[in-house]
Design a protein around this ligand. Structure first.
Ligand code: ADP
Ligand code: MG
Length: 846
């Protein structure tokens, strides 16, 4: 048979390597990386930082040399911290981009391998299928029904047919294969391609702005304004009270630097990026950062059946032939017609590498199963297909649900067709039974459909077979007026982990929905087995959907969990309905026709193994293992990330509020400034950096998949976060001022009082950071070992505090004094009292 195997030999690996050296990589212009230097510069892209630097320079000139240098060091350390965060984020996002890079199916020697598209060289033989983006400029050697979308290159929206004819055989890099398949030879790569000439960047992962980040950015602006006003007031009141003008100015600026949560939106990016790499470990490759946020809110997951909910390891169990059902395990299938249909009308390729024959069959699972019914070794198979010549083919697509080939035979060309049984039967007028071909009666049809009913009820996937003789050249009706042969029924068991994943969804308030091209009964049987459907929830078929108006479908959608015999167009309607019902919809897809539905969904999910380029490009996430359970894992990660963002927003804002209020209250009640500029900057360094990042690394608690999904529009401050921040911020401010006053009360000098204030403010934040890990648990119930980063970060901060208090040199720089035990007790009392009381309240409530 003419197929990829027998006719074409690809380049050898050596030759390919040689050519790669000569022609280079198949890429369009170098991707511009953001340089580390640019990231470093960005850290200083902030007005208030420059005001601080300016103020420091003035203080240097005026002789406060130690102060000025320290301030500069702190500023630099802060920016280094920011730099490391951003640099790592940038790199991990780039690594993701790399992973999502396009691939190509290429013949190397005589096996088909999948390589990165950038490794293609001129002369390579590539296999191109519907849904692919053409990886380089090629010439078609052999093709079946190729339909191209070349709009990207030509700007024309009309689709073009291509074939192996001399003047119509060019495929251009970057254009999309809408239908059909082809074997083609690469003639130009990289910048030498037509696309390269236009030098348009293609297919890059978009760095879309996260909506949450945008919201935080605008919130940040408001906070900046408020901070600036307060700092201004503090400065003015200080001056009015007769303090040094310049000193007060520096204080105001330092306070502004410390209080403005400039890191907020940067940490959101870091948290999202960290989450993305955690998702990758669980086999979900996120293509668009904002998808991570949306994932957590998912309320409906629409999933394909075959391969996603099931194992995609199919095995034919029964065959209906000559009026009776054969058990394939017990009886040999004796029908040359059936063999021809299932073996010749088949897309599989044998890759000789594997010893085991079944493992060496590569291709669609359905086709694999059908092939293995008739052959169990490579030699027999090759012998069989040797002299069969395929002259025409209409490939499978999920709208048609059937495949046809025309084979050259002595008696005249014959078409063999296989596909969904109902669709095959509809096109048959004859039946071949027990050695004779006769008219297919209505009774026959009923009888056959009844057999299909029975098989599908046992969760078996059914494929019908038919043929038609005497096909003339250019015959457009090869799929009409067929002769029915038989039906194969195969099992495709559910994936083991899916049942638990479905259960997890349910508990998490997420509705799992199955959308499949398969038969109603098969779909329902499997859906029931894995818990997606029960007796009450009906199945909606594609034909039924066609008869429903949009509003009627909307009503039906509320209850239905299984959709069968659907086409990609139905998928689109279903997504729209669920969205209208105010759901956040995740939707899977693999074929090129699924791309619109995948794009329309809130979270479009493409299959990593079986998915096509076009669907992957339309998606926001790719499942590397095609597994439903991975979607649920990704949703869980999404929720964890969202929660972590809430955690550090709570931490950062309440602590910064505490810092500002300390200074503000002090100036209200007319006492000396409780903290010096340099001390404020130190507090900022010790508390805002590492602990906040570590909070973003927090693992989620189990309860996270036991809550209802968030609504799409819920503010990040919802569910009491605003109040928590406000109350805690105020209390931290009050307690810190009280610590200062306590020092005064016991008659300590100003420097000691300030050291007390410094200690209290830092320690209360470092205690609070643990509280921020949970919105429900008290600090007594917290398992500290579950976030060792945080423990580490807090230890570093405490060490820093101890160093500046006890190292004489640092003490001079930061104007601190060594404390005795009694003074430490004051600090500990005022910094832990709020957390202690709060935790008691939480405990008692339980
Ligand atoms: P799903 O992926 O949801 O199971 P498909 O679109 O792959 O749905 O298949 C729909 C129907 O098309 C199947 O039930 C089967 O009858 C038929 N079909 C699937 N794959 C093939 C194939 N390779 N050849 C012929 N018919 C097929
Ligand atoms: Mg499929």
């Amino acid at each position: 048979m003419v197929n990829e195997k027998s006719n074409f030999r690809g380049l050898s690996e050596d030759e390919a390597l040689k050519r790669q050296k000569r022609f280079g990589l198949n890429v369009l212009e170098e991707k511009k990386r953001i340089s580390p230097f640019a990231i470093l510069i960005q850290q200083y892209n902030d007005f208030i930082i420059w005001v601080l630097i300016g103020a420091t320079i003035i203080s240097f000139i005026m002789g406060e040399k130690a102060d000025a240098i320290t301030i500069l060091i702190i500023v630099i350390m802060n920016s280094v911290l920011g730099f490391i965060q951003e640099y790592k984020t940038e790199r991990s996002l780039e690594a993701l981009k790399e992973m999502a890079a396009p691939t190509a199916k290429v013949m190397r020697k005589d096996s088909v391998v999948v390589i990165k598209a950038e490794c293609l060289v001129p002369g390579d033989v590539v296999i191109i299928e519907s849904g692919d983006r053409v990886p380089a400029d090629c010439i078609i050697e052999e093709s079946a029904g190729i339909l191209m979308d070349e709009s990207l290159l030509t700007g024309e929206s009309e689709n073009v047919e291509k074939n192996a004819d001399k003047n119509n055989n060019s495929l251009f890099m970057g254009t999309i294969v809408l239908n059909g398949k082809a074997i083609a030879k690469v003639v130009a790569i990289g910048m030498a391609t037509e696309m390269g000439k236009i030098a348009k960047m293609l297919n890059s992962i978009k760095r879309e702005k996260s909506p949450l980040k945008e919201k935080l950015d605008s919130l940040g602006k408001i906070l900046v304004l408020i901070c600036l006003i307060i700092c201004f007031v503090v400065t003015i009141m200080g001056v009015l009270r007769g303090n040094d003008k310049y000193e007060m100015f520096l204080l105001g600026v330092s306070l502004a630097v410390a209080a403005i949560p400039e890191g907020l939106s940067a940490i959101v990016t870091v948290a999202l990026a960290l989450g993305v790499s955690r998702m990758l470990k669980r086999n979900a490759l996120v293509r668009k950062l904002p998808a991570v946020e949306t994932l957590g809110c998912t309320s409906i997951i629409c999933s394909d059946k075959t391969g996603t909910l099931t194992q995609n390891k199919m095995k034919v169990l029964k065959i209906y032939l000559n009026g009776r059902v054969i058990d394939v395990n017990k009886e040999k299938v004796n029908s040359e017609l059936l063999r021809k249909t299932f073996v010749l009308c088949n897309d599989c390729i044998i890759s000789s590498k594997s010893k085991n024959f079944e493992e060496s069959i590569k291709g669609d699972a359905t086709d694999k199963a059908l092939l293995s019914v008739f052959f169990n070794n490579e030699r027999d198979y090759k012998e069989y297909i040797k002299d069969k010549i395929k002259i025409y083919e209409i490939p499978f697509d999920s709208n048609r649900k059937r495949v046809s080939v025309v084979i050259k035979e002595k008696l005249g060309n014959t078409a063999y067709i296989k596909g969904a049984p109902e669709i095959i039967i509809k096109r048959c007028n004859y039946i071949y039974e027990n050695g004779e071909c006769r008219l297919l009666t209505t009774e026959d049809k009923k009888r056959i459909l009844k057999v299909v009913e029975g098989m599908t009820r046992e969760a078996l996937r059914c494929i019908g077979a038919a043929y038609k003789r005497n096909i003339k050249n250019n015959d457009k009706t090869i799929e009409d007026n067929l002769v029915f042969i038989g039906i194969a029924a195969m099992k495709d068991p559910p994936r083991e982990e899916v049942k638990e994943a479905v259960f997890k969804c349910r508990r998490a308030g997420i509705k799992p929905v199955m959308i499949t091209g398969d038969h109603k009964n098969t779909a329902f049987a499997i859906a029931r087995e894995i818990g997606i459907a029960d007796e009450k929830s009906g199945v909606l078929t594609g034909t039924e959907i066609d008869d429903l108006s949009d509003n009627e479908l909307l009503e039906k959608c509320k209850k239905t969990t299984v959709y069968s015999r659907v086409t990609p167009n139905h998928k689109l309607r279903i997504v729209r309905c669920y969205k209208k019902l105010n759901n956040v919809v995740a939707m899977t897809g693999d074929g090129v026709n699924d791309a619109p539905a995948v794009k329309e969904a809130d979270i479009g999910i493409a299959m990593g193994i079986s998915g096509t380029d076009v669907t992957k490009e339309a998606s926001s996430m790719i499942l590397l293992d095609d597994n439903f359970a991975t979607i649920v894992a990704a949703v869980e990660e999404g929720r964890i990330i969202y929660n972590n963002i809430r955690k550090f927003i709570r931490y950062l804002l309440s602590c910064n509020l505490g810092e500002v209020l300390t200074m503000f209250l002090a100036s209200l009640i007319n006492i000396q400034t409780p903290l010096l500029p340099i001390q404020i900057l130190f507090i900022n360094l010790a508390t805002d950096g590492l602990p906040a990042i570590a909070l973003g690394l927090d693992s989620g608690d189990k309860a996270i998949m036991e809550q209802k999904p968030l609504s799409r529009n819920e503010s990040i401050f919802a569910r009491g976060l605003k109040e928590k921040i406000f109350i805690r911020g105020s209390l931290i401010g009050i307690c810190t001022v009280l610590a200062f006053l306590a020092g005064k009360y016991y008659g300590m000098d100003l420097e000691t009082c300030r050291t007390l204030t410094l200690g209290t403010l830092i320690l209360s934040q470092l205690i609070h950071v643990f509280e921020c890990r949970s919105e429900k648990c008290s600090i007594f119930e917290m398992k500290f070992y579950t976030n060792l980063y945080l423990v580490g970060a807090v230890c570093i901060s405490i060490t820093m505090l101890i160093l500046i208090i006890y190292l004489p040199y640092l003490g001079r720089v930061f104007h601190t004094v060594p404390l005795d035990l009694g003074q430490w007790l004051i600090i500990i009392f005022f910094s832990s009292i709020i957390s202690f009381v709060n935790s008691l309240v939480l405990l008692f409530r339980k």
